[in-house]
Design a protein around this ligand. Structure first.
Ligand code: IPE
Ligand code: IPE
Ligand code: MG
Length: 240
């Protein structure tokens, strides 16, 4: 028996079941190199690919990545158009690899706002990966935590559900991905200490982990560091 403690405990039971990531800092990464912001987004995609693959290999069950917030629609048209084009390109490109790695892809957000050509590729991606049983990758796009709550309320009203039938369990059935357990660990890159309207309902008891590293520089070993820090924490959920 080795007495040397393992640096990272990646046994399945010790892993966070669901990791959520706010992939922030693409623009600053580009700015620091005197490049246009879109180059930061391109580099960011490369990291995303690597991190999805790592989560799959580790045996994490769910990964939710924040790709585009509902507030991000307010960015200059040029950047928004570029990002929509990039999503389309990346999904088209990556789906064969996702299938190979047994990753199921799903989208959450106010998808009605997304251009039809991008939506088409998104639907194709979901359909093509629907039988993959390894990691479930949830891509939050045109996503806002508050909008998700408002959308849930609307669905409840439209179904004429009486108020005395509504408790937390019922309410959760109307969220965008009702079958997915809440995130255990939320990672934010670029050193910002805020949640920026991400998974507002779901992160009530999520462990937060922030790094100054900008998303295009985020590596699998930083992910392991976040997981290892998470494992050292005591989650009390309000109890003693
Ligand atoms: C995150 O990077 C990606 C998206 C929001 C689409 P940013 O574009 O927010 O980069 P910074 O925060 O300006 O550096
Ligand atoms: C959060 O980053 C959204 C995504 C990473 C897609 P932002 O850059 O939009 O957040 P703020 O503006 O710093 O709060
Ligand atoms: Mg940002």
């Amino acid at each position: 028996m080795s007495l040397k403690p393992k640096k990272y405990d990646t046994t399945k039971e010790r892993l966070p079941q669901h990791i959520a990531i706010i992939m922030d800092g693409n623009g600053r990464w580009a700015k620091g190199r005197n490049l246009p912001r879109i180059e930061g987004h391109r580099q960011g995609v490369k990291r995303t690919r690597q991190i999805v693959e790592t989560c799959g290999k580790l045996g994490v069950n769910y990964l939710t990545i924040f790709a585009f917030s509902i507030e991000n629609w307010r960015r200059p048209t040029k950047e928004v158009d570029f990002l929509m084009h990039l999503f389309k390109e990346v999904i088209r490109d990556q789906v064969p690899d996702l299938v190979k790695n047994n990753v199921r892809m799903r989208f959450v957000g106010r998808l009605g706002k997304i251009p039809e050509d991008v939506m088409e590729v998104m639907r194709w991606g979901e359909e093509t990966t629907k039988d993959c049983s390894g990691l479930t990758l949830l891509v939050a796009i045109s996503y806002g935590g508050r909008s998700e709550i408002v959308d849930a309320v609307k669905k409840i009203i439209n179904k004429d559900i009486p108020s005395d039938k509504i408790d937390e369990k019922t309410f959760c059935k109307f969220l965008y991905a009702p079958d997915v357990p809440f995130p255990d660990l939320l990672i934010r890159t670029s050193g910002e200490y805020r949640v920026s309207n991400f998974l507002t309902y779901q992160t009530a008891y999520t462990e937060l982990w922030v790094t100054k590293t900008l998303w295009p520089d985020f590596t699998p070993s930083l992910l392991l560091k976040a997981i290892s820090d998470y494992q050292k924490r005591e989650r009390r959920f309000g109890e003693v």
